[in-house]
Design a protein around this ligand. Sequence first.
Ligand SMILES: NC(=O)c1ccc[n+]([C@@H]2O[C@H](COP(=O)([O-])OP(=O)(O)OC[C@H]3O[C@@H](n4cnc5c(N)ncnc54)[C@H](O)[C@@H]3O)[C@@H](O)[C@H]2O)c1
Length: 327
Amino acid sequence: MSSTRKRILVTGGAGFLGSHLCERLVAEGSDVLCVDNYFTGRKDNVASLLGKPNFEAMRHDICFPLYVEVDEIYNLACPASPIHYQHDPVQTTKTSVSGAINMLGLAKRLRAKIFQASTSEVYGDPTVHPQTEDYRGNVNPIGPRACYDEGKRCAETLFFDYHRQHKLRIRVARIFNTYGPRMHPNDGRVVSNFIVQALKGDPITLYGDGSQTRAFCYVDDLLEGWIRLMAAPDDVTGPINIGNPVETTVAELAHKVIELTGSRSKIERRPLPVDDPTQRCPDISRAKSLLGWEPKVPLETGLKKTIEYFDRLLGSNAAPVETRPVA
Ligand SMILES: NC(=O)c1ccc[n+]([C@@H]2O[C@H](COP(=O)([O-])OP(=O)(O)OC[C@H]3O[C@@H](n4cnc5c(N)ncnc54)[C@H](O)[C@@H]3O)[C@@H](O)[C@H]2O)c1
């Protein structure tokens, strides 16, 4: 039976950001196909959507071609945290590069609009602050983060070549640090790490002296930016920074988490990992002027929602919190 609903493919749809995106698109009435190989994603993340008539989940690795009929594609598939993407670095680059080629090929065949979840990591350890989209970055091509950073950079190249060569309608968002419910509890990302440690009463591990800054965006704000970008006129291809420009030092974050959880955890210092950026903050002027977008959720509000989620997850004992890469 034919339908007038927009058919949308979300790769990496069972992950942290993907599951929120699927939820939002389903609520808006689109027909959503979630594709995931469950490397870091979890079926639990989309369990509440499974009974909906306009949602479908499919196990598939985007390193292999996919033949489906859709109108739009959001390409999110790729492990996002260093612990996960460094577990199998070759597979990480393959996912970014071969995955992009497969999804762009699909979009070309269907004349579908396609979105790429790129990253602030394309700026590497930036020498320019805050980062504007025309900053070319400072990435170490042979370091342990390169599988992710260079993979994402190459994916951007592919998106823009498909756009120039095949007139494909593309949208490239450079996503900065995002947090919220359904982050993976063991992925080593600073927000989830601190919250889980605080809730368990374990020491809060602070890398370096804690003066390195991050700019944390709440997931709902991020998605609003993505949806606006996708709906923007076709000449708005990006790349466009989507993130929160309010800088917080990692030490401040640790203290905030301790305060909001009422934890007795103590702070424990560890050496800074290799190639860890010291400062990261988006310039979002482009998103403001082209999309009329800026983040609205204050850090404290977002942290409270995230803490509630982890509190339930850890308290329930039901969720399988280990995934292959951590084992
Ligand atoms: N969360 C952030 O702060 C952030 C920042 C910058 C960029 N991003 C990008 O956003 C996207 C989503 O990130 P996330 O935080 O939700 O991470 P996540 O690890 O929770 O989600 C990634 C999803 O992709 C799936 N996946 C991985 N390889 C795959 C493959 N080969 N085939 C099919 N599925 C595969 C995983 O199983 C998972 O469900 C990623 O592309 C990431 O690079 C996220």
